[in-house]
Design a protein around this ligand. Structure first.
Ligand code: SPV
Ligand code: MG
Length: 535
């Protein structure tokens, strides 16, 4: 049901109904959760919450922004205390238009002059609006509304201003004639007698709304019996918040600690609940691929990189400067772009030089006598789910990670089909042979690793492993248990990752391969720097 229809029903049904005051979206939500059928957006309380006076010191657009947020936060109708309509009939037209746009169900306007003063401050000195002028304002509002259920409540201040019952009835008749949906009859007396007299004389020609702020001792039954349509508790959320905040501030100021306060205030979890934080988390699962990426990354960066001579005297190879940015930072940035935040760097040589914020570190202090498998063994210690393992001395394009993600095996690697360039290099090259060589026409076929090493005959070479491996959580567990087993054997410290792959193959595990054609470089010697400009 539309909020406007709900408010119209509240005013017109035969029962006594209740609105509770709210002054911002949070209090409106709390009102709604407590079971109230509607919210009174109190002018007094909204301005007080801005530490402003109830004298139209807050601009009408500031009020509009508050009620818009209140409306966003709730499903129950909001009746805005629209003061005098913030001006003449023309201002009223604009107000109604804007309130409808923002999902506010109705507005109450009072027959005083702009700028108004709160009715409980020298109420009897306040001038009333001219009946004709105020009736025109009501009519202008009614003519403006697009939704026929939007309600305009006419508030009569005649009793407050000391003009008496006769004037109040006269005004009620005129406002009814102008199209008002209900009459709010206000009083600042501590007894409800004048209100009850009005109700009797008025005889429900339009629904009656009362605000028992001053005559609060009157039992609710009295109003029910008098056939009042709606009671507004006009300021009680704000007043209770004031006492609570004052107590908290005084207590903490005195104690210089929040220890003994904690159990008397809302837990943070309640704050998050009121903000619907959980809904955002669910939405992120649905819409935000950034958060779906649960991979951990291990970057193997323990090696010295002696081949680079001067460049690695003072820093590990992974920190060499590539176009103004250290190699390791470049690798990390690429993974960040995929939303992967859980990164572990295995450090070794000059480990103290590597300290990047938000990165986990594991140290392989035996880096002089060990190879990558040993670093991987250490790096995997705290990893439980999917993992990507990358060498710390390679530079690759984002595309490489994209194609790695397309593979869904337990063990997945990227192989460069343009391996010829590496053929005559003097260092160890991870040549691979696969079940299918890279050919565009066989794009669809699944590719698996058959063997990896630097002794494969040229005609059998399918490409070169680029130093990136992706494990599923199952794959992670398998690698961890195999490494545990192998760590007991001699030669474990000098084991290469290529040997680990061959071990997996010998145990009948399938290593899935994605081909790239370039898009990476291995920083192994000074020559490699010549290719860097393309990255
Ligand atoms: C308000 O809540 O702002 C009201 C009611 O207008 S009263 O303060 O009683 O005027
Ligand atoms: Mg008010």
């Amino acid at each position: 049901m539309k909020k406007t229809t709900k408010l119209k029903n509240i005013l017109n049904n035969k029962e006594l109904n209740f609105l509770m005051e709210a002054h911002n979206a949070l209090s409106a939500k709390i009102v709604s959760e407590s079971g109230f059928e509607g919210v009174w957006a109190s002018g007094l309380c909204m301005s007080a919450s801005m530490a402003l006076r109830d004298n139209n010191e807050a601009s009408w657009t500031q009020i509009l922004e508050v009620v818009e947020l209140m409306s966003d936060a709730t499903d129950i109708p909001i009746l805005l205390d629209g003061d005098t309509g913030y001006g003449n009939f023309n201002n009223m037209r604009r107000l109604v238009k804007k309130l409808e746009q923002r999902g506010v169900a109705g507005v109450c306007i009072e027959d005083k002059l702009f700028p108004k003063t709160n009715s409980f401050i020298k109420g009897d000195c306040q001038p009333l609006a001219d009946i004709e002028e105020f009736s025109g304002k009501i009519k202008a509002g009614k003519d403006t509304q697009q939704d026929s259920d939007f309600c305009i409540v006419a508030r009569i201040e005649a009793l407050i201003a000391g003009w008496g019952l006769r004037e109040a009835i006269k005004r009620a008749m005129a406002y009814k004639e102008a199209g008002a949906d209900a009459i709010l009859i206000h009083s600042d007396k501590t007894q409800p007698n004048d209100i009850l007299e009005f109700i009797k004389a008025w005889d429900n020609q339009l629904p009656v709304v009362v605000v028992p702020t001053k005559y609060y001792r009157t039992p609710t039954e009295v109003f029910r019996h008098a056939k009042v349509s709606l009671i507004i508790w006009a300021n009680h959320m704000l007043r209770s918040a004031i006492v609570s905040m004052q107590n908290t501030a005084r207590f903490v100021y005195k104690e210089k600690s929040v220890l003994n306060l904690e159990e008397n205030i809302a837990p943070l979890i309640e704050v998050f609940r009121l903000q619907c934080s959980e809904e955002l988390q669910e939405a992120e699962e649905r819409y935000f691929s950034y958060n779906k990426n649960k991979n951990s990354v291990i970057i193997l960066a323990a090696s010295h990189g002696k081949e680079l001579g001067q460049l690695t005297h003072e820093q590990p190879k992974t920190l060499i400067n590539i176009n103004g940015k250290p190699l390791l930072n470049r690798i990390i940035s690429t993974f960040y772009e995929f939303g992967i935040k859980d990164l572990t760097v295995v450090r070794g040589y000059k480990k103290e030089k590597i300290s990047i914020h938000n990165i986990k570190y594991i140290d392989n202090d035996d880096y002089e006598n060990t190879r990558e498998v040993f670093s991987l063994f250490k790096g995997l210690t705290n990893i439980v789910g999917d993992a990507i393992i990358s060498y710390g001395d390679i530079l690759f394009k984002k595309y490489v990670i994209n194609i790695l993600f397309e593979l869904d095996g337990d063990f997945n690697i990227v192989v460069d089909s343009s391996w010829q360039e590496s053929l005559n290099k003097q260092r160890y090259i991870n040549f691979v042979s696969c079940n299918v060589k890279y050919r565009k026409e066989e794009f669809e076929q699944k590719v698996f690793l058959q063997h990896i090493g630097n002794t494969i005959t040229e005609s059998d070479i399918s490409g070169e492993w680029i130093g990136i491996l992706k494990l599923s959580s199952v794959g992670t567990n398998i690698v961890k248990s195999i490494l545990n087993e192998l760590s007991q054997r001699d030669g474990f410290k000098s084991m290469r990752i290529s040997e680990l792959f061959n071990e997996l193959i010998s145990r009948n595990y399938k290593i899935h391969v994605a081909y790239t054609h370039g898009a990476w470089i291995d920083i192994d010697d000074i020559d490699d720097f010549s290719k860097i400009s393309s990255f």
